[in-house]
Design a protein around this ligand. Structure first.
Ligand SMILES: [Zn+2]
Length: 563
């Protein structure tokens, strides 16, 4: 950060973000951990990335930009070469006859500005964007892999010495583009007339390209070479590992599986992203109000915090985000997980192994003996684990775990079903968070539109949706509400969606909820009590994200209604 630490401190103290003493403490910790203080501030949720950005932009006396809210055309992007933008963390935002606006986190870098002015032959105006925002939006430079594939296939078909090199490049582009798109898998599958390339992104498999069958075997051979497999073996399944280095230095571990099919061999690659993953609950979509509640919940010295939802609802990611907030040097954190999905520095992580008898319950029992401050149990699956988790919470530990229930209130009767005494539930559970994942509207091709007749009908038939939408928009006539969707572009593989975001409900333990649990009230009754105390439901949170253009009405209804 170009502003001095003292300036940043003065700025944050003046804005009442934190006091001087707290700042000094954090500065020390940031130094010890070797991280930027701005990252620490946002990771701890003391200030959002956006608030910090606004403060700094004001300090630099330049405009503040949120790149996700700008419509940046390809023409604007092409003003600066991608490699330069990546290296210098700059993104051009807009252009007029007299100047070009470029987003940067270092708007006081006059040398860079004059360099850019010489290169662009026009005046450059810097705007401030946070480093995280810039990093997250470099994907805008991404080109359509289809065009690249076509170019290479044409080159290969001309034959000659170029051919082998062309396949190497094609496979590289395949891995780079899938990684850049945040895809988890690549499939290369031979069919009757084509070989089809598919990427799995946000859980959905998309067709990316059809290549002529003539290149299929060359691709498979190249993959076998990279995965150190037998290139002359075509009849059995083979598994390998590839470490792929992307053009910007990121290393991606790839698990390769090749299986013979009736047509030819099929390859599936699983990308194990090595990128430092950021787990922050506000990045995951937790609203400010819910985040404040969450912070209160984890500040208590002991108790049980549960995250609930079906499989694939992002529960584990939320637990990791919570751990990240709790992960301080003086706190001992131990986890038992199945599987351990991400390594977290400074946390002891244990992998469940049913074969050797290391179950959740057994692991948990031995963890408690080691007396950690915080325990994370991947999932409470049975009565035994439930009993130990509640006991650990009662004896002075913070216990984080997940339960497979549809909403927050149902967690209480579920624990009763698992033979946990109601008074123990009432006295140990601090908070229950329920969540789902919805797909985000692609920011590259987002557009707003007037509600369709189908959508009007969906709303007319549902009084809860009507009530929430009126609260959120403040409009009596809901047919006037404009909605958002992605038109479809290369970034989102023409689906209109890119990435996912959580919708949440946070149920805090209160006296009234405690009484209801002791009285063995059912989930609906507990839900009503929590609503009365100001809990926002997942539907409410989801609809708010619809109105804000984060997701679509269709997506929220699909995800929240399904049981
Ligand atoms: Zn798009």
């Amino acid at each position: 950060m170009p502003t001095t630490q003292a300036q940043l401190k003065a700025l944050l103290v003046e804005a009442h973000v934190l006091d001087g003493e707290a700042f000094d403490e954090l500065a020390l910790r940031a130094k010890e951990e070797g991280v930027a203080i701005s990252d620490l501030l946002t990771d701890l949720g003391l200030v959002t990335d956006e608030q910090l950005g606004q403060l700094l932009a004001h300090e630099y006396a330049v405009r503040f930009v949120r790149l996700g809210q700008e419509r940046i055309s390809d023409e604007i992007l092409s003003l600066i070469p991608e490699s330069f933008a990546r290296a210098q963390l700059l993104i051009p935002v807009s252009q007029t006859a007299s100047h070009v606006v470029i987003a940067t986190a270092q708007p006081d870098d006059v040398i860079m500005r004059s360099l850019l002015e010489k290169y662009l032959r026009t005046q450059v105006v810097f705007a401030y964007a946070t480093p995280r925002d810039l990093q997250n939006n470099l994907f805008l430079f991404r080109r359509d892999p289809r065009e690249e594939f076509e170019r290479i296939v044409a080159m290969k078909e001309q034959g000659g010495v170029e051919a082998a090199g062309a396949i190497i490049e094609l496979v590289d582009i395949m891995m780079d583009s899938a990684y850049q798109a945040g895809s988890s898998d690549i499939h290369v599958e031979p069919e009757d007339d084509y070989t089809v390339v598919r990427y799995r992104t946000d859980g959905v498999l998309h067709d990316i390209a059809r290549l002529p069958l003539s290149v299929h075997q060359s691709i498979i051979t190249r993959l076998k070479v990279l995965g150190r497999l037998a290139t002359d073996e075509h009849r059995t399944a083979q598994d390998g590992k590839i470490t792929h280095k992307g053009p910007w230095g990121d290393e991606v571990e790839i698990r390769l599986s090749i299986v013979p099919t009736t047509h030819d061999e099929k390859a599936v690659m699983r990308l194990l992203s090595d990128k430092a993953r950021r787990f922050h609950l506000t990045d995951l979509g937790l609203s400010k109000e819910d985040f404040a509640q969450f912070e209160e919940g984890i500040e208590r010295p002991w108790g049980l915090i549960l995250v609930t939802g079906p499989t694939g609802s992002g529960k584990t990611t939320s637990l990791y985000a919570a751990l990240k907030v709790l992960n301080k040097r003086e706190v001992n954190i131990t986890t038992i997980e199945d599987p351990v999905e991400y390594d977290i520095e400074g946390v002891n992580q244990i992998q469940v192994n049913e074969k050797t008898g290391l179950t959740f319950a057994k692991g948990l029992r031995s963890i408690v003996r080691q007396d950690p401050d915080v325990i994370m149990v991947g999932e409470i699956r049975d009565k035994e684990a439930a009993g130990i988790a509640v006991n650990a919470a009662m004896t002075g530990h913070i216990v984080l775990s997940t339960l497979h229930t549809n909403d927050a209130a149902t967690a209480f009767p579920r624990l009763v079903d698992m033979d946990v005494e109601d008074f123990l539930i009432a006295s140990t559970v601090n908070m229950v968070i329920a969540q789902r994942l919805v797909r985000r509207v692609c920011m590259r091709c987002i557009l707003s539109y007037a509600m369709t007749s189908t959508e009007k009908k969906m709303i007319e038939g549902n009084s809860i949706i009507q009530k929430y939408l009126k609260q959120i928009t403040g409009k009596a006539d809901l047919t006037k509400v404009r909605l958002f969707k992605g038109k479809g572009c290369p970034v989102c593989h023409y689906s209109g969606y890119a990435g996912r975001v959580g919708v949440f409900e946070v149920l805090e333990m209160s006296d009234a909820v405690r009484e209801a649990v002791m009285a063995r009230k059912n989930a609906d009754e507990i839900h009503e009590i929590a609503l009365g105390e100001g809990m926002t439901t997942m539907m409410h949170d989801g609809l708010r994200k619809v109105v804000e253009g984060v997701t679509t009405l269709e997506e929220v209804l699909r995800v929240i209604m399904e049981k």
